[in-house]
Write a protein that binds this ligand. Structure first.
Ligand code: BTN
Length: 266
């Protein structure tokens, strides 16, 4: 199989079209950012569950103002517009939900497993395989959430910027085989649909359990940067709201609702 074969929009539509996530599917060759595209469609009344996929992004966005390098034909770059009737404070939980969906999707396709690093990094062999950027959109008193997902699928090493080559990876680099991006996108959307329905019906408890099963970080030493503060301690688990509980060096526990985590060497 040619590694950069195009996404098959027809197949994606026919497999996820009846779902809540996948109510409409729009694929474009190139866009600034699928998150920005989704936000523009939200202003035009796009339906809940609409999916935006791009072959490449010219201004792909990562967390904390970083760039998400998005070369053509090798990644999955997608955004989903959701309009859940939940308090705004619960939005970070949707990012955890998306992480679970992506990790499960990768694990159905990849011989090597993916795991999660809080809040929403997808790792393989300790390197970054994918990430999630959740953004709030509002219009005339109504709001929605754009969940942006990027997965490095068939990237060769030289398709990452030099400064990321030791930190980032792709399914190709880890498994030494190409992966069908259409199947990867379909699997992500199907898992997202399932996790979203479960979350709306059953809330956080099952999600915290799934997330915990998919991470390798609990019990490990971490460094967490939160609001200009740098905290060292041991990652203990998620609390019932999805916050990261860290036991600090003085023995006290604190729960964090946001931050950047680095795993420290044991
Ligand atoms: C991170 O920094 O880990 C989050 C990366 C999120 C990247 C995805 S790619 C599709 C969507 N569009 C964007 O501009 N960003 C997200």
């Amino acid at each position: 199989m040619a590694f950069n074969i195009e996404l098959d929009t027809g197949k994606i539509r026919s497999l996820v079209g009846g779902n809540l996530v996948g109510s409409r599917v729009l694929t474009v060759q190139e866009v600034d950012s699928t998150n920005e595209l989704a936000k523009r469609y939200f202003q035009d009344d796009a339906p809940e569950g609409m999916v935006f996929l791009a072959e490449s992004q010219t201004k792909g966005k990562g967390r904390s103002g970083r760039t998400w390098h998005s070369p053509p034909g090798v990644g999955v770059f997608l955004s989903v517009l959701l309009k859940p009737a939940i308090p705004v404070a619960q939005i970070p939980q949707l990012a955890l939900l998306a992480g679970v969906a992506v990790a499960k999707a990768v694990n159905t396709i990849s011989p090597l497993p993916a795991n999660l690093k809080w809040p929403n990094d997808i790792l393989m062999n300790g390197k970054k395989l994918g990430g999630i950027l959740c953004e709030l959109v509002a219009r005339e008193g109504r709001w929605g959430v754009v969940i942006g997902i990027g997965v490095n699928v068939n990237h060769r090493r030289d398709q990452f910027p030099e400064d990321l080559r030791e930190l980032a990876t792709s399914l190709y680099l880890e498994n030494n085989q190409t992966t069908d991006r259409t199947l990867m996108a379909i699997s992500i959307l199907e898992h997202l649909d399932q996790e979203y329905r479960d979350f709306l019906q059953s809330g956080m408890a099952p999600l915290v359990k799934s997330w915990t099963r998919l991470t390798g970080m609990f019990g490990k030493p971490v460094c967490l940067t939160h609001a200009n503060e740098s905290i060292s301690g041991t990652a203990q688990g998620l609390d019932e709201r999805g916050r990261l509980v860290v036991r600090m060096e003085d023995g006290q526990q604190r729960a964090f609702d946001s931050g950047e985590v680095t795993l420290r060497r044991e």
